[in-house]
Design a protein around this ligand. Structure first.
Ligand SMILES: *Cc1c(COP(=O)(O)O)cnc(C)c1O
Length: 393
C-alpha cells in the first residue's frame, strides 16, 4: 500500500478515483450498535481494509468513539496498521498468526483467537519467557465447520492453559454463526447457540471458565438478544450496510425502525474523456455493445482492477449530474465507458458517482452486488486499497 494513498486525503479536486467516508454516518452507526450492545463490550470488525473503506482512515475516526473497546482484525498486518493509526485500546485477531511471528502478538498487545493447540502452546512458552500475561479467546466449533475446537479437543486445551501460568485462564470463548444472514428461519443459529452453551459449561467443568463469551456478528447483534453475551463483534453494520435482505426483513418483522444505519462510503471518479460515436459503432472489448443511434460516450478511469466488477459490464450505471449513465460494453482493467447522450452539459472533469448518492439518484452497494451476482461484503472488501480515501463530515 502506498503511503500517500493510505493516509486519507483532505481534498478531491486533484483526484480521479476516490472514496469519501462520512464521519457523521459512521458516528450514527456506532451509536446504533452501542445502543444494541447495551452494557456488553463493543468490538468493531475492521478486517479486510475496514471492509474496503480504508483501514487507516476508519481506525482514526473510530479512535474518537469511546463506546468502542475492541477492534477485531483478521491478520497481524492489520493489527499493526491499526496500532499505526493510533488505536491504543484492545485488539482481537481472528485469523491465523504465523508461528514465526507469534511474538508480535506481545509486541502489539493483541488478543489472538485460538483454534489450534500448537499455537496456544507457542503463546504459553513465549509468555513464560517474556513473563507477560496473554489474553486468548478459544474458538469453539458449534456447526460452522471452520476454525473451531471440538468438545473432544477441549481437555487438551485445558491442560495447556494449566501448564502455562501466564495463560492462567482463557480470557474468552467464541463461536461464529453459519446461517444467520441467509435466512429468516433461525433454527440452525439456535442449534449452534445450544452447542455453545454446552461447550462453555464443559470449559467451566475443565477448570477453564471463560470470562468473555462472544458470538454476535452484525446480524446476530441486530436480531437476537441471546447472542450478545459479554461482547459483540459487528462488522458490516458499522459501515452502514445490512448483512442481508433477510436480516433487514427479520428486523422489520420484529418491529424495528429503518434508521439504524447509514452507508459511510461514496465512491467517485471523474469524466476523463468525451467522444461522439455514430450509430452502429461497437464499444469495448469483445464488441458486446453496439450503438443504435449517435452516442455521446464518457470514459472514466475505473475498472475491475479497482474492484468495479467485470460482471457489471453492460448492466450497471453510474451517476453524473444526478442522472443515470449506463455502462456500455465491457468493463476494462482500468477504464469504463458510459453513455451520456441524454445528460446535457457533461464536461471532462465532471464528478461521477459509482457508489452513493447524487441529487435524488442513488446507487447502493447492494444493487451493485445484485448485478454482479455477489453480496455487499464482497463488493466492499474488493475495493482496491490504493484508491484515495477522504474523510468528509
Ligand atoms: C467478519 C466477522 C465478524 C463480523 O461479521 P459482520 O457480518 O460483518 O458483522 C464477526 N465475527 C467473525 C468471526 C468474523 O469473521
Amino acid at each position: 500500500m502506498q503511503a500517500a494513498s493510505k493516509r486519507a486525503t483532505q481534498q478531491s479536486s486533484h483526484l480521479l478515483n476516490w472514496i469519501e467516508l462520512s464521519r457523521s454516518s459512521l458516528r450514527q452507526n456506532i451509536r446504533s450498535l452501542a445502543r444494541l450492545a447495551g452494557d456488553r463490550i463493543l468490538s468493531v470488525c475492521v478486517k479486510s481494509n475496514a471492509y474496503g473503506h480504508g483501514l487507516d482512515a476508519i481506525t482514526r475516526m473510530l479512535c474518537d468513539f469511546t463506546e468502542i473497546e475492541y477492534l477485531t482484525v483478521h491478520s497481524l498486518d492489520e493489527a499493526a496498521a491499526v496500532r499505526d493509526a493510533g488505536w491504543d485500546r484492545r485488539i482481537m485477531v481472528l485469523g491465523p498468526v504465523p508461528s514465526g511471528q507469534a511474538e508480535a502478538v506481545f509486541v502489539h498487545d493483541l488478543e489472538p483467537v485460538i483454534f489450534d493447540a500448537k499455537a496456544l502452546t507457542k503463546y504459553g512458552s513465549l509468555s513464560n519467557r517474556l513473563k507477560r500475561p496473554l489474553r486468548t479467546h478459544l474458538k469453539l466449533e458449534t456447526g460452522t465447520g471452520r476454525q473451531g475446537i471440538t468438545d473432544k479437543e477441549l481437555p487438551q486445551f485445558a491442560r495447556i492453559y494449566k501448564k502455562y501460568p501466564y495463560l492462567k485462564k482463557p480470557y474468552g470463548a467464541s463461536m461464529h454463526f453459519a446461517n444467520i444472514e441467509d435466512t429468516t428461519r433461525h433454527s440452525f443459529a439456535e442449534h449452534q447457540l445450544d452447542r455453545f452453551h454446552r461447550m462453555v459449561t464443559l470449559m467451566s467443568n475443565l477448570g477453564i471458565k471463560p470470562v468473555l463469551r462472544h458470538t454476535a456478528s452484525s446480524a446476530a447483534l441486530i436480531l437476537f438478544d441471546n447472542t450478545r453475551f459479554d461482547l459483540v463483534r459487528p462488522g458490516i453494520a458499522a459501515y452502514g450496510h445490512w448483512p442481508s435482505k433477510e436480516t433487514y426483513l427479520s428486523y422489520r418483522l420484529l418491529g424495528g425502525e429503518n434508521d439504524l444505519f447509514k452507508p459511510v462510503m461514496t465512491w467517485k471518479t471523474r469524466v476523463t474523456q468525451l467522444k461522439q460515436l455514430p450509430a452502429d459503432s461497437f464499444i469495448g472489448y469483445g464488441c458486446t455493445y453496439r450503438t443504435t443511434s449517435p452516442t455521446r460516450l464518457a470514459v472514466i478511469p475505473v475498472g475491475y482492477f479497482d474492484g468495479y466488477d467485470r460482471k457489471l459490464s453492460n448492466v450497471s450505471y453510474v451517476l453524473i449530474k444526478g442522472k443515470r449513465a449506463p455502462v456500455r460494453g465491457r468493463i476494462c482493467m482500468n477504464l469504463t465507458m458510459v453513455d451520456v447522450s441524454d445528460i446535457s452539459g457533461v464536461k471532462v472533469g465532471d464528478e461521477v458517482t459509482l457508489i452513493g448518492h447524487d441529487g435524488k439518484e442513488a446507487l447502493t452497494v447492494e444493487q451493485i452486488a445484485g448485478w454482479a451476482g455477489t453480496i455487499n461484503y464482497e463488493i466492499l472488501a474488493r475495493l482496491q486499497p490504493s484508491i484515495a480515501r477522504m474523510i468528509v463530515p
